[in-house]
Structure formats: C-alpha cells, structure tokens
Design a protein around this ligand. Structure first.
Ligand code: DSN
Length: 435
C-alpha cells in the first residue's frame, strides 16, 4: 500500500483542493446542494467501498458480509425511525433510480401515471418525454394555477389533479417537485388517489431534510411509497432511498436488485446512516427551521430588488425567480453566468409557462440549504439578495462585477463550511484524513 495519495498525485489532489476553495469562497445557492458533514465525508470514503454485497442483509450472493449486513441494517432502522416508515430500501444509488424502482414495483409497462409536468416544477423522472419514465409508462400531467398579482397563484392545481385523475384513472399519482417553493400537502393527493383506486407516491427528494426536521408534513403516513435523495436538504451523501408500506416491501426490494442495480455502495449506505442520525437531532430541527427562514429572507430581498418570485414567496428551501419583469432581455442562462462570475452559484430554471427553452430559460432557482449549513442567517441572506440584484443590474460593467465578487468573498470568509488548511494539498474537507 502506498502513502496517502495526496503526496504523489498532485494532479488530482490539487483539483480537490481547488474545489474546497471554491466551496469555501463562493455562495452555494443551488437548491439541490448542501455541505455534508466531515463524518458523512469520512464514512463515504471508508473501507466499506471494498465490499461486494449484492442482495440484502442475511441474503447476500457473496461471503464476508457480516459487518456490512449490520451497517445496512443500521441504515434501514435509522431511516424507518426518522420518517416513521414500515419499510426502507437504502440501496438506490440516486433519486432517479429510486423513482424508477418505485415505478417498477407498482406498475406494469404502459400503465398510466399522473405527475407534475417538468415545466411546472416536476422532475425528469416524472414523465418528461426525454426520460425513460415516459417511454415505459404513460404519463399524464398536472400543473399550477395561473399567476396572480397578489402571489396567491402558481400553487399546485388540486382541482386539475382531481379532474385528470377521474378522467384518466391512473394506476399511480405522484407528488413532489424540483422547482416548487410551497408546501406540498400529501393528504389531498391521498384522497384523490383513493377516490380513483390509484396508488400514491411522494417524491420528497428536495424536502426530505425539511420533513426530517419537522418543518414540512411527513408524507409517509399518506403515501404507499416515498422516495428521496439524501444529499439535498437532508445533508447526507449523494444517494437515494425508498420508503414504503410493508405490503410493498418485497416488490420494492426486487425492483432495486435484481431489477435495476447490482452491488450496493455500502460506504454510501453507511454515510446515509450517519446522515439519518444527524437528522434526528434537535440541532437538525433548528437547521430545518433556519433553512426555511433563510429562503424567505432571500425571497424577500430579491423581491425588494425588483425580481418577481414565482408563487409570491417560499415555504421551503428554494426560491424560483422570474426574470422577465426585472429585464425582459435577461435570460436565465445569462443570469446564471453573470452571477457565477460574481461568486454566486445558482442554476437557470424554467418558470411556469416559460416561453424559452430549458437550455435558456427565463428564470433562476436558488436555495438556502447549503449556506444555512455554513452558518448564515436571515441578515446574511438579505445581503446575499442585494448582491444578486446588484450583479444582475450592473452585469455589463466588469468592474462592478469584480466589486460584487469581492463582497461575496468577504461575506463567505465568515462562513466557510470546511475549515482547515484550505487550498493546501489534501485539505479536501476532511482535515483528519490528510497527511
Ligand atoms: N438535479 C436535481 C435538482 O437540482 O433539483 C433534481 O434531480
């Protein structure tokens, strides 16, 4: 065995050092990102990566899984207890796979599914024409109510959900979104599903941490299946989970392996166990409440600067901005680029009914989960909002963008997520593993 590779692979480890530097010195406002804890990072890079463990605890196709079985059981028990679920499958490598496995467990090929349209805030795996979900199943879609000047519009149109469900008789109704800033109440979805004899799945990828932290309603008591990713508001490793009723447990497990995956990533399963434990603490409840308060402060600040917030505000970690009133010529793509030059990292995003393509867009999406982890509060988020507005207003003046970049760096200096020998070789977020 050689020494720790940072001593002789500067090509790669310099890159990791640069990424730590980037995360420490610019504002991470991508709504689906967060800063995992050193414990999550350490366990994700542990010796568990060496182990093949196809199958499930007690039923593996390889020997030597005594420890791994206990690790996976711990992750399962922690996931079940955190969300109050009867069954948990902690093996999905990602949210997209979790969703596909859930479909496989509940549907036959060609069955009808009712879900939220991508351009209204839904996810690719909710039946986008370019995704396998729509090639294997027949998706029909609901959307939002129209925008209103008082901000009461652009909510999920539950009348539309009910009407389409009655007309199309889907086998499955899906709730959950990637660009929707309001609470999604699972109860009325369950009622509609029951009325038409459909199953109900809640994709909690974005809000899992808010659910775990008590800031959003838990969909588990209402849904047959809940899928989520572990790296967004939940702040764990990059991965997915499926929760289900006991009745669906066997079908879910079979859909994950052998249906879609081979060997599980047990180092990531273990890191999920760390995240579930962290998310069960009182501190995490404070964190979840802080994420929502910070998103509201960000939305208020952006609105004061003349930007229109889709649906008039936010109840969760994200803010969807419609740029057209601010400047009809400013696209989401240009806004994303100019903000990145200013040290503010976010993503362009379609707004409901966007006349521009998903590659260009008329909006940007921002989130508060990562900077809340870094310790920012509402006053800092107000400052962030004013820097965003400043950068967008003065986007044609390079010296003004440089000034904003300087202010961003000064702000970030007080809120670095990964402390230690930042910028030095090997300091890639886990200082205890360096050297
Ligand atoms: N890519 C994720 C997001 O940014 O919302 C969803 O998969």
């Amino acid at each position: 065995m050689g020494t720790w590779p940072n001593q002789h692979d500067s090509e790669l480890f310099d890159l990791l050092g640069r990424e730590v530097q980037r995360q420490n010195t610019s504002l991470q406002l991508i709504a689906s990102e967060n800063f995992a804890s050193p414990a999550v990072l350490a366990v994700a890079s542990s010796v568990l990566t060496n182990k093949y463990a196809e199958g499930y605890p007690g039923r593996r196709y390889y020997g030597g899984n005594q420890v791994v079985d206990e690790v996976e059981m711990l992750a399962i028990e922690r996931a079940k207890s955190l969300f109050g679920a009867e069954h948990a499958n902690v093996q999905p490598h990602a949210g997209a796979i979790a969703n596909m496995a859930a479909y496989m467990a509940m549907l036959e090929l060609g069955d009808t599914v009712l879900a939220m349209r991508l351009d209204q805030g839904g996810h690719l795996t909710h039946g986008s024409p370019v995704n396998a979900s729509s090639k294997l199943y027949r998706f029909v879609a609901y959307g939002l109510t129209p925008a209103t000047s008082d901000g009461a519009g652009e909510r999920i149109d539950m009348d539309q959900v009910a009407d389409i469900a009655r007309r199309e008789r889907p086998k499955l109704i899906v709730a959950g979104a990637t660009a929707y800033s309001r609470i999604i109440d699972p109860a009325p979805f369950r009622e509609i599903a029951d009325a038409v004899g459909a199953r109900f799945m809640f994709d909690a990828a974005h809000v899992a941490g808010l659910v775990a932290g008590g800031a959003h309603p838990d969909p588990v008591p209402h849904a047959d299946v809940v899928t989520f990713t572990t790296h967004k508001t939940l702040r764990g490793p990059r991965s997915g989970v499926i929760l289900s009723t006991a009745e669906l447990a066997g079908a879910i497990d079979k859909a994950v392996i052998p249906g879609l995956q081979g060997g599980p990533l047990e180092h990531i399963v273990a890191a999920k166990a760390v995240a579930f434990r962290e998310a069960a603490t009182p501190e995490f409840r404070d964190y979840a409440a802080g994420v929502v308060a910070n998103a509201r402060a960000l939305a208020d600040g952006l609105a004061s600067g003349g930007l229109r917030i889709v649906s008039g505000g936010t109840d969760n970690h994200l803010v969807l901005v419609d740029l057209r009133d601010f400047d009809p010529d400013l696209t989401g793509r240009e806004a994303q680029e100019v903000l990145e030059r200013s040290g503010i990292v976010c993503n362009r995003n379609q707004i409901p009914g966007d006349p521009r393509s998903p590659f260009v867009t008329s909006g940007i999406r921002m989130g508060s989960a990562a900077q809340t982890t870094a310790g920012m509060g509402a006053s800092e988020m107000g400052k962030v909002a004013s820097l965003v507005v400043e950068a967008l207003r003065k986007r044609d003046r390079p010296e003004a963008i440089d000034e904003v970049r300087g202010e961003v760096a000064a702000l970030c200096a007080g809120f670095t997520p990964y402390n230690g020998e930042v910028g030095e070789r090997g300091a890639f977020g886990i200082t205890t593993l360096t050297g």
